[in-house]
Design a protein around this ligand. Structure first.
Ligand code: SF4
Ligand code: SF4
Length: 235
């Protein structure tokens, strides 16, 4: 793949999308509630990372960090079915041997995915609902920096242009989320690219601005949300 367009594409997109999502080591926050202190999004027993096929081809050439994920446990068979079209499931060497420059797009984006409205407009970041009680960031959204959100926007816009099927997948996933939220009579929490946090009605798709203080916190993080730590000042 040396010098191939795919290699240049992922080198570029990884260079652009490289900032941590906050100025805090959030792995210490969620790890405190996880077995052996492992950050939740780096715990293969909880989350299996995925990569686009071209991304995996690039990573294979560049690093020994990753290998294909497999499991003999029948319970895990659903994971293969749930992965987006054109993506493969991977396993890394573990958080103590992470090579940050070779994290996948899904590692960099977690706990968020790109939210698209029903017209296909890329409006911002929405978190994966199923990790609310595991990921500390979801209960502390104010710590997500403007720089991270800008990089997220730039990187996914490039990805959507290069791989239009990825945009279609996220569009479908956003649509699925709207349907789920209509059923549960709940709003979608959206971080836009102007540093606002919005509540979005999943039916009308009308949104309004709210304050971070008004947002719910979840699971073990609901008791720690209001405590001020000296290292937790958002920039
Ligand atoms: S993004 Fe969430 S799950 Fe990952 S290390 Fe930070 S708090 Fe933990
Ligand atoms: S590559 Fe790094 S960030 Fe991604 S799952 Fe592995 S340890 Fe975590």
């Amino acid at each position: 793949m040396s010098g191939s367009p795919e290699r240049k594409f992922f080198e570029n997109i990884y260079r652009i999308f490289s900032s941590p999502l906050s100025n805090i080591d959030c792995g210490e926050k969620c790890g405190a509630f996880n077995e052996y202190g492992v950050p939740v999004c780096c715990d293969i027993s909880l989350i299996v990372p995925s990569a686009y096929q071209a991304e995996w081809d690039y990573l294979k050439d560049m690093t020994d960090l990753w290998q294909p994920w497999s499991s003999s446990n029948p319970i895990d068979a659903d994971l293969e079915d749930d992965v987006q079209d054109g993506q493969v499931l991977l396993k890394c060497l573990g958080y103590r041997q992470c090579q940050r420059q070779y994290r996948t797009m899904t590692c960099r984006a977690f706990p968020f995915f790109p939210y698209l409205d029903s017209k296909g407009n890329f409006l911002g970041l929405v978190y994966f609902q199923e990790y609310r009680e595991l990921c500390w960031v979801i209960s502390n959204l104010s710590i997500v920096t403007s720089a991270y959100k800008a990089e997220f926007q730039q990187a996914f816009n490039l990805l959507f242009k290069q791989y239009p099927e990825s945009k279609e997948s996220y569009s479908q996933f956003s649509s699925y989320l709207r349907k789920e939220k209509v059923i549960s009579d709940d709003k979608i929490i959206l971080l836009d690219f102007e540093d606002n946090v919005l509540l979005l009605d999943p039916d009308s798709e009308i949104s309004y601005q709210v304050s971070y203080e008004d947002l719910e916190s979840f699971g073990p993080f609901s008791i720690t949300k209001d405590l001020i730590y000296p290292d937790e000042n958002p920039d």
